[in-house]
Write a protein that binds this ligand. Structure first.
Ligand SMILES: Nc1ncnc2c1ncn2[C@@H]1O[C@H](COP(=O)(O)OP(=O)(O)O)[C@@H](O)[C@H]1O
Ligand SMILES: [Mg+2]
Length: 482
């Protein structure tokens, strides 16, 4: 894998992986002598696996390479020592010599954490995760040892795990079920998303709790056909953008989409992916999409997407550039990914979104979520009375014209303490102060978005939308059987 670089005389490589041991096993080849260094075991010969030099100091380990030829030194966790001037100097002094003598320093690291002093000397490569065959072989070995039949589907479910994670997931499955269970392995896989710290699982919302927005619900239900294996000729939707003033139920509708499709809900927070280190934000974004692909079916929810862009102007060029690069990658990934993934993005304010983000074709559909219509308000009143035990008469629906779902909910909660009239008096709907914003949004939406609501007076399909799977059967793995 790194042979081409070695042949070409690259003196320093950075191999990105979370599997340092696997890297040690995979890299060695005949044409070079391979050694490894870490700060506890010193320098080891990778052929004999014996320690050859008791050098624990990193800069001395690097200087050790200066005396050799055709030698590759794999160093572990060197990124943790780059604060040391001696280490930085040892790299700078070493590279031209290593290049001349056919030597190479391979830094194995889970992150790109370079110092500007040495950054240009390193070429960065990714170590791919185990492929289908490797995962299947791992399973076969374990199966043979315990006399248990292999399961190809379970091996495929392990895609995206490291070798170590796959081994432990297989073992867990044998202990829990006595066979290689797709479900157990998929559940172990949700760990991968959690541990990365890049995304979170959220509880899907019940569609019965979403008042109105029938056009949106019907759209999702209708397009979900394409995810049924029987209709694999139909194009699958990849991304939907919901736009509207705060409190109209955009986040709620995104969360409910997960229960309409019966998929796990993963929230991706762009702000938290950002990192001040150069290149790190983009790497984290790439890592997040790689994990989502590895994970499989999921709703990827990006709430209030405009916030990621906000402030990019004030905090300067580099932040704007970073955000653009992150989204550039994300949007390309969204269009190209072959996984069954549906991105649900919400925005309160389109003016803060760069035009290329909302350009036609990026999202399969853009929905404008308007203030609830009369019949929607009636539904919301009923939902809130049920949810909070309040007693708002449905006759109030006229008086609630201009109130969002969130505001009707606030009224329901306040009325429990203050009585309905006082609660009404205390609540000034946002739409009153945001009149102009709403008008301009409506204007914008006329030509560029579908309406999520069904306007009063138009025939509304009275059909109830039902989730595709029963609520309890939806787990984080998104799989409900073996
Ligand atoms: N159409 C609706 N049906 C039921 N509840 C709603 C609706 N719209 C808003 N709500 C209530 O208001 C809360 C906040 O709404 P949210 O989805 O966060 O709005 P947005 O994301 O558009 O700002 C929801 O959690 C829900 O309790
Ligand atoms: Mg919201």
């Amino acid at each position: 894998m790194i042979q081409d670089y070695l042949k070409a005389g690259y003196p320093a490589l950075c191999l990105l992986t979370q599997e340092p041991h696997r890297a040690e096993q995979l890299l060695p080849s005949e044409d070079w002598n391979f050694f490894s260094w870490d700060c506890l075991q010193g320098i080891r010969d990778l052929q004999s696996m014996k320690m050859v030099e008791e050098i624990r100091d990193p800069s001395q380990a690097l200087s050790w390479l200066n005396e050799l030829h055709d030698t590759v030194l794999i160093v572990h966790n060197l990124h943790l020592f780059l604060e040391s001037p001696e280490v930085v100097q040892a790299i700078q002094n070493g590279v031209s010599r290593w290049k001349a003598t056919g030597c190479c320093l391979v830094m194995v690291s889970p992150v790109i954490n370079m110092k500007p002093e040495v950054e240009k000397f390193f070429h960065v490569i990714d170590l791919p995760l185990p492929d289908d065959q490797e995962l299947f072989n791992l399973q076969s070995e374990l199966g043979k040892a315990h006399n248990i039949k292999v399961n190809k589907k379970a091996a495929r479910a392990a895609k995206g795990l490291t070798e170590f994670e796959a081994e432990t997931a297989y073992a867990l499955s044998l202990i829990r079920k006595g066979y290689f269970s797709t479900k157990v392995i998929s559940e172990a896989k949700s760990q991968m998303i959690r541990k990365s710290g890049l995304m979170e699982f959220w509880e899907p919302a019940d569609i019965a709790d979403v008042g109105g927005l029938n056009s949106f619900k019907l759209f999702i239900e209708n397009r979900s056909k394409a995810f049924n294996p029987e209709h694999n000729n139909l194009p699958q939707i990849k991304g939907i953008l919901l736009v509207g003033i705060p409190g109209t139920g955009k986040s709620l509708a995104s969360k409910a989409t997960a229960s309409i499709l019966g998929w796990p809900l993963i929230r991706l927070d762009i702000g938290s992916l950002k990192n001040s280190l150069v290149g790190e934000s983009e790497r984290r974004m790439r890592e997040a999409t790689r994990l989502i692909d590895a994970f499989g079916k999921a709703i990827v929810w990006i709430d209030e997407v405009e916030k990621a862009f906000a402030g990019t102007r004030s905090s300067g060029e580099s932040d704007a550039g970073t955000t653009a690069a992150m989204f550039g990658h994300f949007l390309t990934w969204m269009q190209e990914t072959r996984s069954s993934v549906l991105v649900m993005a919400t925005a309160n304010n389109i003016a803060q979104l760069p035009p290329e983000f909302i350009r036609a074709g990026r999202f399969d559909a853009t929905f404008f979520v308007d203030l609830p219509t009369k019949s929607e308000r009636i539904e919301i009143i009923k939902i809130m009375n049920r949810k909070w035990g309040s007693d708002i008469p449905v006759g109030c629906s006229d008086r609630l014209n201009g109130y969002t779902g969130a505001e009707i909910e606030q009224l329901a909660k306040d009325s429990l303490f203050d009585g309905l009239d006082q609660a009404f008096g205390a609540l000034i709907p946002l739409s009153r102060t945001m009149r102009e914003d709403i008008d301009s949004l409506r204007q914008w939406a006329k030509t560029r978005a579908r309406l999520a609501n069904t306007p009063d007076g138009e025939p509304d399909e009275q059909r109830k939308i039902r989730p595709i799977y029963k609520k309890n059967s939806v787990n984080e793995s998104g799989l409900n059987d073996d």
